[in-house]
Design a protein around this ligand. Structure first.
Ligand code: FES
Ligand SMILES: [Fe+2]
Length: 325
């Protein structure tokens, strides 16, 4: 389920490319994914109509001519082991707007998915405001207020994206950090969450020694992870992430995402009661800067895309650093 629709994704045997089609036969609305592949086409399990990767009906096994019908097909590109689709006007599909996850190519990781009952923007709210870590992840990260003391900086990456950087000084000396730093050294952690519309994030975590200006002069450890949200519907989201390739790392990540973030995000979704985020007039805190800019950018993009969208107040949606109304 993506964007409230059942879709069927398959690999085209002759080319190895992917095809993504509406998973509903236009004849009597059977689920195509229960059918089978016939050559490069997918055959409906009910009366056998065959649909090409383009969505066009190319064969009716019970007649000489196929009917003039089609299922909707979506532009799809596979990159770095991720499949990207474009649900808007196919003419506007632009592969150069696909966020860069090239770092995944060199990683030995397990790729995992979680699902939560909440709007996808609630995940960006969560990940772009790591101030929640001190409060929500008490049983896992146990940061004990380190995030509250962090310096935060939001920058425009110039390509439609944002970068939120937190600098945490004198971080807690966990056993694994004790192995990397001498007792006399002060450990600085720099967390950077990048955001690309609509909801593609990457977290870089670095530990090292900084100079008096806060610049990292000696990096001792670096990790980089994807955090990608794909809407299942208006009120449910697929959350794609990775972990080290072992059961303990997956269990830890699940304790963090599924055990701590998910119940909070789902409670928020429920308590928002289907109301629009802005209509609820959210209180604004300093730590929200990144999340609010991401929400405004997304709203602009949505309005630009929808010809019936109200464009008159676009100026009021300035995503700069100016004060919020
Ligand atoms: S429902 Fe698909 S062929 Fe009849
Ligand atoms: Fe979290």
């Amino acid at each position: 389920m993506l964007l409230g629709q059942a879709l069927v994704l398959y690999r085209i045997p002759s080319t190895g490319q992917y095809a993504l089609l509406h998973d509903r036969c236009p004849h009597r609305f059977a689920p195509l994914h229960r059918g089978k592949l016939v050559g490069d086409s997918i055959a409906c399990p009910y009366h056998g109509l065959e649909f090409a990767a383009s969505g066009k009906c190319v064969r009716n096994p019970l007649a000489d001519e196929p009917p003039r019908t089609a299922v909707r097909s979506f532009p799809v590109v596979a990159r770095h082991g991720l499949v990207w689709f474009w649900p808007g006007d196919p003419q506007q599909a632009n592969p150069s707007s696909i966020p860069n996850y090239a770092f995944l190519d060199g990683q030995e990781v397990w790729r995992r998915r979680s699902r939560f009952a909440g709007h996808h923007e609630l995940l960006a709210d969560n990940l772009l405001d790591l101030g929640h870590v001190d409060f929500v992840h008490t049983a896992t990260f146990a940061t004990g207020g380190a995030h509250a003391r962090a310096e935060q900086e939001v920058t425009d990456t110039g390509d439609g994206g944002l970068l939120v950087r937190w600098t945490l000084r004198e971080v807690f000396r966990s056993t694994f950090l004790e192995a990397l730093f001498s007792p006399a050294e002060s450990i600085t952690q720099i967390l950077e969450m990048s955001w690309q519309p609509p909801s593609c994030m990457t977290l870089s975590i670095r530990y090292g020694i900084t100079d008096a200006n806060g610049t990292m002069v000696e990096e001792r450890m670096r990790m980089i992870n994807p955090h990608i949200a794909t809407p299942e519907s208006q009120s449910a989201t697929h959350y794609f992430w990775t972990c080290f390739p072992d059961a303990a790392s997956e269990a830890f990540a699940r304790a963090v995402f599924d055990g701590e973030d998910q119940p909070m995000i789902e409670a928020v979704e429920q308590y928002m009661g289907g109301e629009d985020f802005w209509a609820l007039r959210p209180a604004v805190l300093p730590g929200d800067a990144g999340a609010l800019r991401a929400r405004r950018r997304l709203m602009k993009l949505r309005r630009r895309e929808s010809p019936s969208g109200r464009l008159d107040d676009l100026a009021a949606l300035d995503d700069g650093d100016g004060p919020l109304e």
